[in-house]
Structures are given as C-alpha cells and as structure tokens.
Design a protein around this ligand. Structure first.
Ligand code: NIG
Ligand code: FE
Length: 411
C-alpha cells in the first residue's frame, strides 16, 4: 500500500485521539490541535500522526507543509447539487423586490428547476453534477449529502436518485442520498395535494426502497410547501422503508416542523433561520442535529439562524452549503464558515467542528470522516501558509487551500 507523509505541519487541526463522536454545545469550542506535527497515511486511511519528534523517516511520498495547516476535509451534509439550468432570472427579480416565496407561488422557484430537470437527460445531469463535485472537492469538501427534489414526478425523482447512485459509484468522495419528493406540491397537483402525498408514499417510496436509491427522507416543511401534519406522515412513511429523516424546516416560518421532526427522531433539522425558545427547548431534549445553512439567508437577504442561542443551549450544530440553484448557488464551505463567524457569531473553532465532525455525524459518517483519527479515511486538506485557524474564516473569499488529499492521494 502506498504511503503519504505530510511533515512539518504548522498545525494539525481536529485531531481525535480518543474517539469523540460529536461536538455538542460548549464542547464545540474544543478543537484539538497538534502543533509542529506529521500525518502519515497508508492506502486510503490515516495511519499515524503526532508531534514532529516522532515523525517516521520514510514514506513513498513526502510533502513538506512548513508554515501550513492540515484539516480534515469538510463534511457538507446538505446539498441539492444535482440540478439542471440556473435561476439567475429569479435572482434579478428578487433584486427588484420580489420575494422567494412570491416567486414560488407564481410557479417559479423549485417548480422552475423541476421543469428544467425533467427536460434534461440523465447523462447531462450526471456530467454537470460530477463537475460540481470536483469543484467542491477543490474547496476542501471530502464527504457530501445530495438530495433529490427537482423531479416532483415518479420518473423525475427516480432519475435524480439514479444520478446520485451513479455519482456514488464514480465520485471519489462518499455520498449520502436523500429523497426529497416532498420539496413542493408540483403545479400539476396544485388542488390535489393529498394525491401527491399518496403518490410519494405509495409509488415513489416503494420503488426507491426496492432499488436502494436513498439513505434518508426529507420534507420541506414550510407555508409554500408542506405542513407539519403532512411532514409527519411522510417521515413515518420513510421510516417504514428504513429511511431516517433530515427535514427542511423553519426557513421562513416557525410552524411546528421542529416538533414533528424531533417527535419522530429525525437525524437533523436544517435551516432554522426562524426559531423560537420553545423549539430550542424541544431540540434540547433530542439527539436531532441543528444544521445551519448561512449562505441561503445571505443569498436571499433573510435573517440568519441564531447560532449562538442554539450552541449556548447545548445543541449540536452542523454547517452545510445547501448548494442549489435557487437559494444558495454556491458549494464553497470556507465561505459558509466565514458567514457562520461574521453573521452568526460562531467562533472559528465552533465553525470548524460544525463543518467537519458534526457534518459527518449529520450524515452518519462520523466513524470514517470528520476528524484526523487513526483508521479514518484519509480525506484532508493542506492550507497555504496561514498563521492560525481563525485566519481561514477571517480572510473570507480568499482561496487558502493549497492541496486536497482524498483517499490518501493528492487530487
Ligand atoms: O434548502 N428550501 C427549500 N429547498 C432549498 C431551495 C431549493 C430551491 O430554491 O431550488 C433550500 O433552500
Ligand atoms: Fe436545502
């Protein structure tokens, strides 16, 4: 097996000597670091790491990282990166004052992306999505979740999930697939929403389960999409097919989505731009992860999630990009960290934990990803010469990544 040694690392970040599965509440401030360190990888795994005095003499390939830092790759636990076309016209309309919700109500938004996706061939979708994956690996992402939800028809949803399945086979980072048939009620079912729910539950889910196309189920619980009663019905249907829930909720309204998710043991609730104290208390009683997506409120010019309140309440917070054509046309994790610090007052250490270990946990990949630990998959990135961890979110927009290593090999 080929070995790769990185030596003279100024700071090796997020080291996990005694396996620590999750960073919760004030633990999120704790980011274990080894200064003047080495990291040895063999095959696709992390073999050994520590201070330079114990550095092995030899390896097949040696990288000198003097003045540089090494991080575990980002674990982006919420994306919609399989999509067709783009929505810059809606962006321009919003700049003139129209809201995201108004655009959705006139049949634009998610329905617009669904129309485009249903007209696009599977091979084209695959090629474009693979390009996006390559792009985000360049930003340091080493594990990712991808949702369906731009099909909104049996064929469309299956097409998307098959593309994601195909990506799992050919991409060199691990992928989790989430079925989001309940993204919005499609135009064709406008006055027959129950029929659409029946279609999801009785036709889509059995087919998806039969082909093993999804790891999770998601619902957009929101006024423009599905209510909490419908959300709960869908979560329970997913559960019957062995799919845990990751739920879009509290993006624009606080309307019971968190309670419905927590009650049914959702793995995560995602967005949370609008969240009240009662909902925070409800989350406190659960293991449900709060996944925040700050590039969405940045792009939509909405309020940011109250990250400080959530962390100070002791919750587990993850950060993800929400990469999608409507509310976050960017998959750049370093910018997510910058927004988390600048706009949500997370500390740089909390932001790194949220974007690595907690993101991995929000995809149930924490055993293999999210930290520098012996035996974990060797997905790490080397920064350019930077003085400290805080420099990463501080120098927002700068490209500070020098080299990304996936499965123990530089890409
Ligand atoms: O997470 N809010 C729902 N879904 C996506 C946006 C999808 C879209 O606008 O195309 C989100 O923001
Ligand atoms: Fe989303």
């Amino acid at each position: 097996m080929a070995s790769l040694l990185i030596k003279n690392i100024h700071s090796l970040v997020q080291t996990d000597i005694s396996p620590r599965r999750i960073a919760k509440g004030k633990d999120m401030q704790h980011l274990p670091v080894i200064n003047e360190a080495f990291l040895l990888m063999e095959g696709d795994r992390i073999m050994e790491f520590g201070e330079m005095y114990a550095c092995p003499e030899r390896a097949d390939t040696v990288i000198d990282a003097k003045g540089k830092m090494v991080f575990p790759c980002w674990c982006d636990s919420h994306t919609h990166l399989v999509f067709a076309g783009s929505r810059e016209q809606e962006f321009a309309d919003r700049l003139k004052g129209m809201s995201y919700e108004e655009i959705a109500r006139r049949g634009g938004g998610i329905q617009n992306s669904a129309n485009l996706l249903n007209e696009t061939d599977e091979e084209v979708l695959l090629k474009q999505a693979l390009n996006r994956i390559d792009e985000v690996i360049g930003y340091g992402t080493g594990a990712i979740e991808i949702k369906s939800g731009y099909g909104l028809s049996v064929e469309g949803e299956l097409k998307m999930l098959r593309v994601i399945q195909h990506l799992k086979e050919i991409a060199n980072i691990p992928i989790k697939a989430t079925f989001l048939g309940a993204h919005v009620v499609p135009q064709a079912y406008k006055n027959r929403r129950d029929e659409y729910l029946d279609l999801i539950i009785n036709t889509m889910l059995p087919k998806i389960a039969d082909e093993g196309l999804a790891d999770y189920i998601d619902v957009f619980c929101e006024k423009v999409a599905f209510n909490p009663v419908e959300t709960e019905r869908l979560i329970l249907a997913g559960e019957r097919f062995g799919l845990k829930a990751k739920i879009h909720t509290n993006q624009f309204n606080s309307m019971g989505g968190i309670e419905a998710s927590v009650k049914n043991k959702a793995l995560s609730v995602d967005h949370l731009e609008v969240v009240n104290d009662q909902e925070i208390s409800c989350l406190k009683e659960s293991d449900t992860i709060a996944t925040l997506l700050p590039t969405a409120p940045f792009f939509l010019d909405d309020p940011y999630p109250p990250a400080r309140k959530l962390i100070d309440a002791g919750l587990t917070v993850a950060l993800a990009t929400d990469y999608n054509p409507g509310s976050s046309p960017s998959g750049r994790m370093p910018f997510v960290l910058s927004l988390a610090c600048i706009k949500m007052k997370m500390t740089p250490e909390e932001a790194v934990n949220a974007a690595t270990l907690n993101g991995a946990t929000a995809m149930e990949m924490e055993h293999d990803h999210g930290s520098i630990a012996e035996g974990k998959v060797a997905n790490v990135f080397i920064t350019k010469e930077i003085p400290s961890i805080a420099f990463l979110p501080y120098a927002f927009g700068s490209d500070l990544i020098d080299q990304v290593i996936i499965n123990g090999k530089p890409v």
